[in-house]
Design a protein around this ligand. Structure first.
Ligand code: DX5
Ligand code: ZN
Length: 221
């Protein structure tokens, strides 16, 4: 399973989104945090901004929807060309139906779990998804500290995927930095979202390479 780095633009200069995405050409994906001020207490951008950005970048988009009623709103992000669309299981009324709608539109379908949400109810449904995002902070804001207590869930998720023999990615998001990426990789995460770590660096591409090397050294299936 390859190591993938997906920087989040949340704490970048959002008034120059295309320019900021241009600074992370070493990344595998660009992570776009869509927040609606209802599912989380913060508000970012929505479909029109994502659509316009997709026309301005070669990087595949990894859209993280922190919104209520993703069953209604998520498919449009797949139609807009997002390579991966992640929705929160806490907000979806029919996760399997929604994942199938996303895949039908050509996107990878992913579920996200807040720190307090277990993976157990979804283990039998894993083949319906292309990725599980284990949130390592409470969603809503960048710059928070990595919650170590999420590591056992990352490990249980990876073990279940390995037992299935499936090619499903495990993503972590929140507080990922040079200090924490190794433990997350060791627990079985292979895709890493990093917001402030990448965008507060003088050279975002060098930071991406450093994070990638640390994850590659630590990863075990
Ligand atoms: C938080 C977002 C994250 C955020 C991560 O709810 O989902 O993607 O940008 O930021 P850092 O890496 O600073 O914790
Ligand atoms: Zn995110």
């Amino acid at each position: 399973m390859g190591i993938l780095i997906s920087p989040s633009v949340l704490n970048s200069d959002l008034s120059d989104l295309a320019g900021e995405v241009g600074r992370i050409s070493a990344a595998d994906f660009v992570h776009l945090d869509v927040m609606d001020n209802h599912f989380v207490p913060n508000l970012t951008f929505g479909l029109p901004v994502v659509e316009r950005l997709l026309a301005r970048t070669e990087l595949p988009a990894d859209v993280h929807l922190m919104i209520e009623d993703p069953d209604t709103w998520a498919p449009a992000f797949a139609e807009a060309g997002a390579k991966s669309v992640t929705f929160h299981v806490e907000a979806s009324s029919a996760p399997v139906r929604l994942a199938r709608e996303l895949r039908k539109r050509g996107a990878r379908a992913a579920i996200a779990l807040k720190p307090g949400t277990g993976i157990e109810p979804y283990l039998d449904l894993l083949p319906e998804f292309d990725m599980v995002l284990v949130m390592t902070v409470e969603p809503g804001f960048g710059g928070q500290s990595f919650i170590e207590g999420t590591l056992p869930k990352i490990r249980r998720t990876r073990d279940a995927i390995t037992a299935l023999g499936a090619d499903i990615w495990v993503q972590v998001d929140g507080g990922v930095s040079r200090t924490t990426i190794g433990t997350a990789a060791q627990a079985g995460a292979n895709m890493f979202v990093a917001g402030s770590a990448v965008y507060s660096a003088d050279d975002p591409n060098a930071e991406i390479s450093a994070l990638r090397e640390l994850a590659e050294a630590a990863y075990r299936d």
